[in-house]
Design a protein around this ligand. Structure first.
Ligand code: C2E
Ligand code: MG
Ligand code: MG
Ligand code: MG
Length: 287
């Protein structure tokens, strides 16, 4: 049935949907369909060296803008994709899209890196690393320029499949970042066991740095922990210069956040790179 809603009714209709199971089912149906038709795309949020403000790379963030629902946050649809098993197809599709885009715009990796979020479920899948490694080599890209971001779950503890996947990815040159460290489940043991290259300090701690002593203590401890283990610390959610200065003072060297750059389209990201370094305005043939 097709029903026409005036724009006034639309918000109410949306609110109503969100409050019930029908909404979840509706979301799953629409998401399945849009993944099938490759309608999901991605933005990139630049990551910045806090000392000199150079852009050192970017984080790929998935986007879903549905014809009926409008934009839906990944915070809402990623958990749903995980619950329904859609996540495997979604991750494969995203990685393929990113590699293809990068191979068409080699200047993206000329001096910069790119981080890609994957789900913990992906790492629990036999053969995941092999597929990613196959794909990176098909596109003739250097794995060394990519970081895989994962959010831990308790399932990771001594899980052989997870360890094998991470080992293979490392051997191929990929770096590993632990995302959202300190919120939800995180294990210090896994930091070491998985040979983590980078720890991302969650925006939850970073955003409140200026007015919350507890966040300060926790943030500082995480940076110190990284220093001691020789793991890079990356702060996310930097929303002001004051926060940035505090992080710098504590020796956190890399960060991202609205104060620096918001997530942007790949086209804008290319423009930004070219603006910062004119030699990157055209694809280079340098290997
Ligand atoms: P995340 O990986 O921790 O990504 C950081 C989130 O913080 C992004 O939200 C980003 O837009 C937002 N952010 C960045 N700077 C600031 C800031 O200064 N202030 C505030 N308030 N927020 C900031 P986004 O894009 O909505 O993504 C939410 C989460 O969804 C991500 O958290 C990640 O866990 C997940 N996600 C995003 N893309 C993917 C993907 O391709 N695959 C998977 N599996 N998960 C993804
Ligand atoms: Mg992330
Ligand atoms: Mg994060
Ligand atoms: Mg986060």
């Amino acid at each position: 049935h097709s029903v026409t809603y005036s724009s006034g009714n639309w918000a109410a209709f949306n609110d109503n949907l969100k409050s019930n199971h029908a909404h979840q089912l509706n979301l799953i149906t629409l998401l399945t369909n849009d993944i099938e038709h490759e309608k999901l795309y991605f933005d990139i949020q630049p990551q910045v060296h806090l000392v000199n403000r150079d852009i050192i790379g970017g984080e790929v963030l998935i986007r879903w803008n549905n014809d009926l629902l409008g934009p839906v946050s990944p915070a809402e649809f990623i958990p749903l994709a995980e619950q329904t098993g859609l996540i495997y197809k979604l991750t494969d599709m995203l990685i393929e899209k990113v590699f293809k885009w990068v191979s068409e715009h080699p200047q993206v990796l000329a001096t910069q890196c790119l981080s890609i979020n994957i789900s913990a479920l992906d790492l629990l899948q036999e053969g995941f690393a092999r597929r990613v490694i196959g794909s990176v080599s098909t596109h003739r890209l250097s794995a060394h320029r990519f970081t895989i971001e994962i959010t831990e779950t308790s399932v990771f503890n001594n899980n052989e499949t997870v360890h094998n996947n991470v080992k293979l990815l490392h051997q191929a040159g990929f770096k590993l970042a632990i995302d959202d460290f300190g919120v939800g489940y995180s294990s210090m043991q896994n930091l070491v066991a998985l040979e983590t290259d980078e720890l991302k300090i969650d925006q939850f701690f970073v955003m409140n740095l200026l007015n919350d002593a507890q966040s300060q203590t926790l943030c500082r401890s995480m940076i110190d922990l990284c220093d001691a283990l020789e793991i890079a610390s990356v702060a996310e959610g930097i929303e002001s210069e004051g926060i940035l200065q505090l992080l710098l003072q504590w020796n956190c060297q890399v960060g991202q956040g609205y104060h620096l750059y918001r997530p942007m389209s790949p086209v804008h990201y290319l423009e930004l790179l070219a603006e910062k370094d004119p030699s990157l305005s055209a694809p280079t043939n340098r290997a």
